[in-house]
Design a protein around this ligand. Structure first.
Ligand code: MN
Length: 220
Protein backbone atom coordinates (compact mmCIF):
# COMPACT_ATOMS: atom_id res chain seq x y z
CA UNK A 1 0.00 0.00 0.00
CA UNK A 2 1.50 3.29 -1.04
CA UNK A 3 0.47 5.77 1.57
CA UNK A 4 1.58 9.35 1.36
CA UNK A 5 4.84 11.06 0.50
CA UNK A 6 6.34 14.52 0.84
CA UNK A 7 5.61 15.33 -2.82
CA UNK A 8 1.89 15.04 -2.01
CA UNK A 9 2.26 18.16 0.13
CA UNK A 10 2.99 20.54 -2.74
CA UNK A 11 0.95 21.34 -5.85
CA UNK A 12 0.61 24.22 -8.31
CA UNK A 13 3.09 26.45 -6.56
CA UNK A 14 1.60 26.05 -3.09
CA UNK A 15 1.92 23.82 -0.08
CA UNK A 16 -1.20 21.68 0.22
CA UNK A 17 -2.70 19.34 2.79
CA UNK A 18 -2.14 15.87 1.34
CA UNK A 19 -5.10 13.47 1.47
CA UNK A 20 -4.95 10.89 4.24
CA UNK A 21 -4.50 7.34 2.92
CA UNK A 22 -7.15 6.02 5.32
CA UNK A 23 -10.37 7.07 7.02
CA UNK A 24 -9.97 9.18 10.17
CA UNK A 25 -11.52 6.34 12.18
CA UNK A 26 -9.19 3.67 10.77
CA UNK A 27 -6.30 4.15 13.21
CA UNK A 28 -7.94 2.63 16.30
CA UNK A 29 -6.77 1.54 18.78
CA UNK A 30 -3.78 3.90 18.35
CA UNK A 31 -5.89 6.99 17.66
CA UNK A 32 -9.58 7.87 17.79
CA UNK A 33 -11.32 9.64 14.92
CA UNK A 34 -11.64 12.96 16.75
CA UNK A 35 -7.90 13.12 17.47
CA UNK A 36 -7.05 12.35 13.85
CA UNK A 37 -9.61 14.83 12.53
CA UNK A 38 -8.41 17.67 14.74
CA UNK A 39 -4.74 16.88 14.25
CA UNK A 40 -5.06 16.65 10.48
CA UNK A 41 -7.70 19.24 9.59
CA UNK A 42 -6.74 21.85 12.19
CA UNK A 43 -3.11 21.44 13.27
CA UNK A 44 -1.53 20.08 10.10
CA UNK A 45 -3.69 22.40 7.99
CA UNK A 46 -2.47 25.36 10.05
CA UNK A 47 1.16 24.51 9.23
CA UNK A 48 0.29 24.36 5.53
CA UNK A 49 -1.44 27.73 5.76
CA UNK A 50 1.46 29.17 7.77
CA UNK A 51 4.04 27.95 5.26
CA UNK A 52 2.13 29.53 2.37
CA UNK A 53 1.69 32.79 4.27
CA UNK A 54 5.41 32.92 5.08
CA UNK A 55 6.37 32.18 1.49
CA UNK A 56 4.07 34.98 0.33
CA UNK A 57 5.56 37.36 2.90
CA UNK A 58 9.03 36.48 1.59
CA UNK A 59 7.92 37.15 -1.99
CA UNK A 60 6.62 40.57 -0.97
CA UNK A 61 9.96 41.45 0.66
CA UNK A 62 11.80 40.36 -2.47
CA UNK A 63 9.58 42.64 -4.59
CA UNK A 64 10.14 45.57 -2.25
CA UNK A 65 6.50 45.59 -1.19
CA UNK A 66 7.44 45.01 2.44
CA UNK A 67 10.50 46.21 4.40
CA UNK A 68 13.63 44.07 4.51
CA UNK A 69 13.29 43.43 8.23
CA UNK A 70 10.11 41.43 7.58
CA UNK A 71 12.31 38.78 5.97
CA UNK A 72 13.48 37.57 9.38
CA UNK A 73 9.90 36.95 10.50
CA UNK A 74 9.07 35.29 7.20
CA UNK A 75 12.12 33.02 7.39
CA UNK A 76 11.36 31.99 10.96
CA UNK A 77 7.74 31.29 10.14
CA UNK A 78 8.67 29.34 7.02
CA UNK A 79 11.20 27.18 8.89
CA UNK A 80 8.69 26.29 11.60
CA UNK A 81 5.60 25.82 9.47
CA UNK A 82 7.24 24.07 6.54
CA UNK A 83 9.06 21.66 8.86
CA UNK A 84 5.74 21.09 10.64
CA UNK A 85 4.06 20.37 7.30
CA UNK A 86 6.81 17.93 6.27
CA UNK A 87 6.87 16.11 9.62
CA UNK A 88 3.10 15.68 9.71
CA UNK A 89 3.08 14.37 6.14
CA UNK A 90 5.71 11.83 7.14
CA UNK A 91 3.80 11.00 10.32
CA UNK A 92 0.51 10.16 8.56
CA UNK A 93 2.45 7.95 6.18
CA UNK A 94 4.34 6.00 8.80
CA UNK A 95 1.36 4.96 10.91
CA UNK A 96 -1.10 2.38 9.75
CA UNK A 97 -4.46 0.78 10.53
CA UNK A 98 -2.56 -2.51 10.54
CA UNK A 99 -1.47 -3.69 13.96
CA UNK A 100 1.76 -5.44 14.86
CA UNK A 101 3.92 -4.94 11.74
CA UNK A 102 7.63 -5.50 12.16
CA UNK A 103 10.58 -4.39 10.01
CA UNK A 104 11.89 -6.90 7.52
CA UNK A 105 14.61 -7.32 4.87
CA UNK A 106 17.10 -4.44 4.59
CA UNK A 107 15.24 -2.38 7.18
CA UNK A 108 15.51 -5.14 9.77
CA UNK A 109 19.21 -5.58 8.93
CA UNK A 110 19.86 -1.86 9.37
CA UNK A 111 18.04 -1.82 12.71
CA UNK A 112 20.03 -4.81 13.93
CA UNK A 113 23.27 -3.16 12.84
CA UNK A 114 22.48 0.12 14.57
CA UNK A 115 20.65 -1.09 17.69
CA UNK A 116 21.56 -4.75 18.07
CA UNK A 117 17.96 -5.91 17.75
CA UNK A 118 14.42 -4.69 17.14
CA UNK A 119 13.93 -4.61 20.92
CA UNK A 120 17.04 -2.45 21.23
CA UNK A 121 15.62 -0.03 18.68
CA UNK A 122 12.31 0.13 20.57
CA UNK A 123 14.13 0.98 23.80
CA UNK A 124 16.03 3.82 22.12
CA UNK A 125 13.12 5.26 20.12
CA UNK A 126 10.62 4.93 22.98
CA UNK A 127 13.06 6.48 25.44
CA UNK A 128 13.75 9.38 23.07
CA UNK A 129 10.02 10.00 22.52
CA UNK A 130 9.18 9.90 26.22
CA UNK A 131 12.13 12.15 27.07
CA UNK A 132 11.21 15.07 24.81
CA UNK A 133 10.56 17.94 27.18
CA UNK A 134 7.21 19.55 26.42
CA UNK A 135 6.31 19.24 22.76
CA UNK A 136 8.33 17.70 19.98
CA UNK A 137 9.31 14.72 17.91
CA UNK A 138 11.28 11.51 17.94
CA UNK A 139 12.79 10.67 14.57
CA UNK A 140 14.46 7.57 13.18
CA UNK A 141 16.72 8.84 10.42
CA UNK A 142 19.27 7.47 8.00
CA UNK A 143 22.58 9.25 7.78
CA UNK A 144 22.80 9.80 4.02
CA UNK A 145 26.58 9.45 4.07
CA UNK A 146 27.12 6.40 6.28
CA UNK A 147 23.64 4.91 5.68
CA UNK A 148 23.53 4.10 9.38
CA UNK A 149 20.39 4.66 11.40
CA UNK A 150 20.20 7.19 14.19
CA UNK A 151 17.45 8.38 16.52
CA UNK A 152 17.02 12.13 16.95
CA UNK A 153 14.74 14.08 19.25
CA UNK A 154 13.70 17.71 18.96
CA UNK A 155 11.24 20.21 20.37
CA UNK A 156 10.74 22.66 17.50
CA UNK A 157 9.72 21.11 14.17
CA UNK A 158 12.68 22.54 12.28
CA UNK A 159 15.14 21.08 14.77
CA UNK A 160 14.00 17.56 13.91
CA UNK A 161 15.13 17.90 10.27
CA UNK A 162 18.89 17.98 9.84
CA UNK A 163 20.89 18.13 6.63
CA UNK A 164 21.96 14.68 5.40
CA UNK A 165 19.70 12.96 7.96
CA UNK A 166 16.86 11.41 5.99
CA UNK A 167 13.80 10.97 8.22
CA UNK A 168 12.32 7.47 7.99
CA UNK A 169 9.96 7.30 10.95
CA UNK A 170 8.61 10.23 12.97
CA UNK A 171 6.55 10.22 16.16
CA UNK A 172 4.67 13.37 17.10
CA UNK A 173 4.71 13.84 20.87
CA UNK A 174 2.97 17.22 20.95
CA UNK A 175 0.03 16.83 23.30
CA UNK A 176 -2.43 17.49 20.46
CA UNK A 177 -1.32 14.14 19.00
CA UNK A 178 -2.57 12.08 21.93
CA UNK A 179 -4.17 14.07 24.75
CA UNK A 180 -7.85 13.39 23.95
CA UNK A 181 -7.35 9.64 24.19
CA UNK A 182 -4.35 9.22 26.50
CA UNK A 183 -4.44 12.43 28.58
CA UNK A 184 -0.99 12.78 30.15
CA UNK A 185 -0.06 9.13 29.50
CA UNK A 186 2.47 9.72 26.73
CA UNK A 187 3.94 6.26 27.32
CA UNK A 188 0.58 4.65 26.50
CA UNK A 189 0.46 6.59 23.22
CA UNK A 190 4.05 5.78 22.28
CA UNK A 191 3.57 2.08 23.04
CA UNK A 192 0.47 2.02 20.81
CA UNK A 193 2.38 3.98 18.15
CA UNK A 194 5.20 1.40 18.12
CA UNK A 195 2.58 -1.25 17.41
CA UNK A 196 0.99 0.55 14.44
CA UNK A 197 4.05 1.61 12.46
CA UNK A 198 3.79 1.08 8.70
CA UNK A 199 7.17 -0.60 8.28
CA UNK A 200 6.57 -1.03 4.57
CA UNK A 201 6.57 2.76 4.19
CA UNK A 202 9.56 3.16 6.51
CA UNK A 203 11.43 0.50 4.52
CA UNK A 204 10.59 2.22 1.27
CA UNK A 205 11.96 5.51 2.59
CA UNK A 206 15.09 3.68 3.71
CA UNK A 207 15.65 2.21 0.28
CA UNK A 208 14.95 5.39 -1.68
CA UNK A 209 18.52 6.61 -1.72
CA UNK A 210 20.42 3.36 -1.55
CA UNK A 211 23.10 2.78 -4.15
CA UNK A 212 21.68 1.92 -7.54
CA UNK A 213 23.33 -1.51 -7.53
CA UNK A 214 21.88 -2.34 -4.13
CA UNK A 215 18.97 -4.74 -4.48
CA UNK A 216 16.49 -5.19 -1.68
CA UNK A 217 13.44 -7.40 -1.97
CA UNK A 218 11.40 -4.90 0.05
CA UNK A 219 12.00 -1.95 -2.28
CA UNK A 220 9.32 -1.53 -4.92
MN1 MN B 1 1.18 17.42 15.45
Amino acid sequence: MDTICLCDGYADGHYVLPPLPYDVSALAPLLDAETVQLHYARHHAAYVEGANAAAEMMRQVALGERPEKVAATAANHLAFNLAGHMLHTLYWGNISPEIGCRPCCCMADAINTAFGSYEGFVRVFRGAALGVQGSGWAVLAKDAVSHRLVVLAAQKHQDALLPRMQPLLVCDVWEHAYYLRYHNNRAGYVDAFMNQICWQTVGRRFNQNQEKNHVCSQSK
